[in-house]
Design a protein around this ligand. Structure first.
Ligand code: CP
Length: 323
């Protein structure tokens, strides 16, 4: 429900299991370890990556997926409560993933559920599985450059007020040591104070800035985010901030160190006036955004295997692919 439920040892365990999922995610082997199990994939807010990768991860372990997308296809649109919805759906499923626009709603749903619930994003609050896949990616990208997470320098850029992915990532990074974080946003969209205070309390150096080029000059990771239009009162208000911190190849070449890894939770806003991460970066080998999305399947497979306690049986239920 929250990334703060994870100690460092838990994170290492998730990542070890995620590594072991690679042959299955790459379809070199097939496992039926969750044959007969059902995932309830309940997304009451738009999603491409999280919804589909949770579904694929469950399928790759041999389980079946039932989906509800949006409020219109749910009896919540007829006034049914989250409590009743949770009681009903947890009778049909072995595990549930849920996304909902209200902060705290997934925890409320989980309290009434009879099966484990994974938070697929609750409003501007948290997106814990995204933080895990981001950290898994950061670890791999830095290892390729003979670096590690402890001591790394990271800039988070964009809408840090409403961006739940950066909220969860900051909370996750508390368990590491000696980080240098630069939080780049318009003052109105700054990272919430409690998250900044917790990072400083964990011994990390945190700088707040509204200067993109200066902030990305000496970092290992430049983590860009979209203006979260859906959290604003109007599109017009969101437009005030769109396009303020645009990273493109020319800026990267001029200001970043050659090995700086570029990340983004996606979706990136591809509209010309908004575009926080320009498509001219697509051929840059340090652009890790699609490695992030691929890693999401591994991490989500690991979460299911751990939650349903089948890690030791994954290989025993496996066979080579025959297609
Ligand atoms: N990163 C992320 O949560 O993407 P979706 O909204 O497409 O799930």
């Amino acid at each position: 429900l929250s990334i703060e439920q994870f100690e460092r040892a838990d994170i290492e365990r998730v990542f070890d299991v995620a590594d072991a999922m690679e042959p299955y995610a790459l379809r070199r082997r097939v496992t039926r370890v969750l044959e007969g199990a059902i995932l309830g994939n309940m997304f009451f807010e738009a999603s491409t990556r999280t919804r589909v990768s949770f579904g694929c991860a469950f399928n790759l372990l041999g389980g079946e997926v039932r989906e509800t997308t949006g409020f219109a296809s749910s009896a919540i649109s007829k006034g049914e409560s989250l409590y009743d919805t949770a009681r009903v759906l947890s009778g049909y499923s072995d595990v549930i993933c849920m996304r909902h626009p209200e902060p705290g709603s997934v925890a409320e749903f989980a309290a009434a559920s009879r099966v484990p619930v994974i938070n697929g994003g609750d409003g501007h609050n948290e997106h814990p599985s995204q933080a895990l896949l981001d950290l898994y990616t950061i670890r791999k990208e830095l290892a390729d450059k003979n670096r590690q997470v402890d001591g790394m320098r990271i800039a988070m850029i964009g809408d840090l007020k409403y961006g739940r992915t950066v909220h969860s990532l900051c909370k996750l990074l508390k368990v590491f040591r000696d980080l240098h974080l630069t939080l780049v946003s318009p003052a109105e969209l700054a990272m919430p104070d409690d998250i900044v205070d917790d990072l400083r309390g964990a011994g990390h150096q945190v700088q707040v800035s509204d200067d993109l080029t200066h902030s990305i000059a000496h970092v290992d990771i430049a983590y860009s985010t979209r203006i979260q239009e859906e959290r604003f009162d109007s599109r017009r208000e969101a437009d005030l901030y769109r396009g303020r911190f645009r990273l493109n190849q020319a800026i990267y070449t001029q200001y970043c160190e050659p090995n700086t890894v570029i990340m983004h939770p996606l979706p990136r806003d591809s509209r010309a006036a908004a575009n926080e991460l320009d498509e001219d970066l697509n051929q840059n080998p340090n652009l890790a955004i699609f490695r992030q999305t691929d890693n999401g399947v591994l991490v989500r497979m690991a979460l299911f295997a751990l939650i349903l306690d089948v890690v030791d049986q994954v290989d025993r239920c496996a066979r080579p692919v025959n297609w």
